[in-house]
Design a protein around this ligand. Structure first.
Ligand code: HEM
Length: 516
């Protein structure tokens, strides 16, 4: 029923259909809006909102797409792939000894070129190489790339050849081998080199697929996380990070097991989709016999030059993140105390596939959209005044004497939560496959055609890194209880993972776990 994919068939792995489909046109999106639109949204001061007629709605969508210049601006030239040779790029600014606590050129702010001029992020974009080895794993403090792929695996429970159940020691051996091989592959690909040959490759096969041949590494990063259940399966329960436990299901969640959980999460990011896809295929190949692919999600992010990326609701997303490498960033992200020693310097990653009700959202007035977030859509500035990077002032009143930043606006509800967000937009178009849809229990037909809602599956692959996942839980509970954004979003996938610190040169991520 769900997309649980066995790994033995490597050929199938290469051609496996990933969730998602072609982007839809504004006209089709408008049709979905008409089909799915609903009224009665709360506006300012509890006023009900009236949805416009279908024709206006379609026009509104078209207008928004055309009018959203900044949204549509796409990648700035600075984010274009550097075409320098790898050796040259490796010597470029922002690599080598800059990894870890103070990585040079990591970008002033995650997901943006920076709070000021974005030059630091630019340096890395030009170099094209994000070193894999270092104190911290790459892909956390790294300025967000244009593309991301998240793949979750479960550890194999049975021997591939004999079918016999594996004991904990064998599962641990598989986990170790997987992390070792994955690290070696990731390090090579990130440096623009051919990865080591996979054990399952025959003598007459190419050492590596030529999928990304001729392309530079495009700031490829691969980040590994370990899910809560993996530790017990591998007999390593005593070494489980102290705050790692499955997330609860929150009010309003509509979680699809096919998009949730996993013993391992692999986050692959890069400025070139082809490079990301090639890396995924190389990684997946190494999982044969060791793990089973559970789910894959793919996202994208486009930052206007030196600016903060926008989500698919049109708002700048990431403005309140602390600067990468700042004391506040370090304090929020890196786990230090009360952790097993092997995990010190790691972090906890929360992943949520959050679908947006874009048809509903698109018919809100500009004022109501702004009030939902507590910020101005175009500038990103708090409604209390100031610029994008100023803190909202919850004491400031508007002309009608109400708080300028409503108490139930998103930023008021989650303000100052001690996390760093690094999400990516996703747009899978219209869901047409009942078997991958959490709407399948509705009226999904055998041909996958959904009559009830023609659901448009687009939203945010929410990612947060934090020293304590309780921070996410607290913020999410507050959102579920009283955030007006909650009316427009539904979490459909969920997971939490312990992300170990980085690997030393030639080592592998999570190495310390097997010596603890
Ligand atoms: C589709 C879902 C979501 C969307 C579209 C969204 C969008 C935004 C936007 C536009 C901002 C203001 C700009 C910024 O600081 O980045 C923001 C801030 C923030 N969001 Fe979300 N968000 C979503 C879900 C979540 C979730 C699930 C959490 C955590 C449980 C969260 C936590 C935060 C935090 C901590 C801030 C910074 C608030 C501050 O300190 O002022 N968001 N979000």
């Amino acid at each position: 029923m769900h997309d649980r994919v066995g790994l033995p068939d490597v050929v199938a792995a290469a051609s496996a259909r990933l969730p998602g489909g072609p982007p839809v046109s504004a006209r089709r999106a408008a049709a979905a809006a008409v089909a799915a639109g609903r009224g009665g949204r709360r506006g300012r001061g509890g006023r009900g909102l009236v949805l416009p007629a279908a024709g206006d709605l379609a026009g509104g969508l078209r207008g928004r797409r055309c009018g959203g210049g900044a949204v549509e601006a796409g990648r700035a030239p600075a984010r274009g792939r550097g075409r320098r040779a790898v050796g040259d790029a490796t010597d470029g600014p922002g690599d080598g000894d800059a990894r870890g606590g103070g990585r040079r050129g990591v970008g002033k702010a995650l997901g943006s070129g920076g709070h000021d001029d974005g030059e630091a992020g630019h340096e890395h974009a030009t170099a094209g190489v994000e070193p894999f080895f270092g104190d911290r794993q790459a892909g956390i403090a790294t300025a967000a790339q244009a593309h991301a792929l998240f793949a979750a695996f479960d550890l194999a429970a049975a021997d591939l050849a004999s079918g016999e159940a594996l004991d904990a020691a064998a599962v641990a051996a598989n986990l170790e081998a997987l992390l070792r091989d994955w690290s070696a592959v990731s390090a090579a690909l990130a440096a623009g080199e051919a990865p080591p040959k996979a054990a399952i490759d025959g003598a007459d096969q190419f050492d590596a697929e030529a999928v990304a041949s001729g392309l530079d590494p495009a700031r490829l990063t691969v980040t590994f996380g370990i899910g809560p259940a993996a530790f017990a399966k591998a007999g390593l329960e005593a070494a489980r990070p102290s705050k790692l436990a499955e997330l609860p299901e929150f009010d309003g969640d509509r979680l699809n097991p096919a998009w949730s959980g996993g013993d391992l999460l692999v986050q692959v990011c890069g400025d070139d989709q082809q490079v990301v896809s090639a890396a995924f295929l190389e990684l997946r190949k190494r999982a044969v016999g060791r793990g089973t692919l559970l789910w894959v999600q793919q996202g994208f992010s486009s930052a206007p030059s030196g600016g903060t990326p926008r989500n698919l609701m049109g708002f700048k997303d990431g403005s309140a993140n602390p600067e990468a490498g700042s004391a506040l960033f370090d304090e929020r992200v890196w786990a230090v105390d009360s952790e097993p020693s092997w995990f010190e310097g790691g972090t906890y990653q929360v992943f949520r596939k959050i679908r947006m009700r874009l048809p509903d959202w698109s018919v809100l007035s500009a004022e109501d959209q702004n009030l939902t977030f507590g910020r101005e859509r175009d500038s990103g500035a708090p409604l209390s005044g100031g610029g994008e990077f100023d803190h909202p002032d919850f004491e400031v009143l508007d002309d009608s004497g109400l708080p300028a930043v409503p108490a139930d606006s998103h930023v008021a509800v989650v303000h100052d939560a001690a996390m760093v967000r690094r999400g990516f937009n996703y747009d899978y178009g219209f869901l047409t496959q009942g078997d991958v849809s959490s709407d399948a229990s509705g009226d999904g037909h055998l041909d996958g055609h959904m009559h009830a809602a023609h659901p448009y599956d687009a939203g945010l692959l929410f990612v947060s890194f934090q020293a304590d996942p309780q921070v996410f839980i607290d913020a999410q509970e507050k959102m579920a209880a009283g955030d007006r954004l909650a009316e427009f979003i539904t979490a459909e996938g969920s997971g939490v993972y312990a992300v170990p610190s980085g690997a030393p040169d030639g080592g592998f991520v999570g190495e310390g776990l097997f010596r603890s």
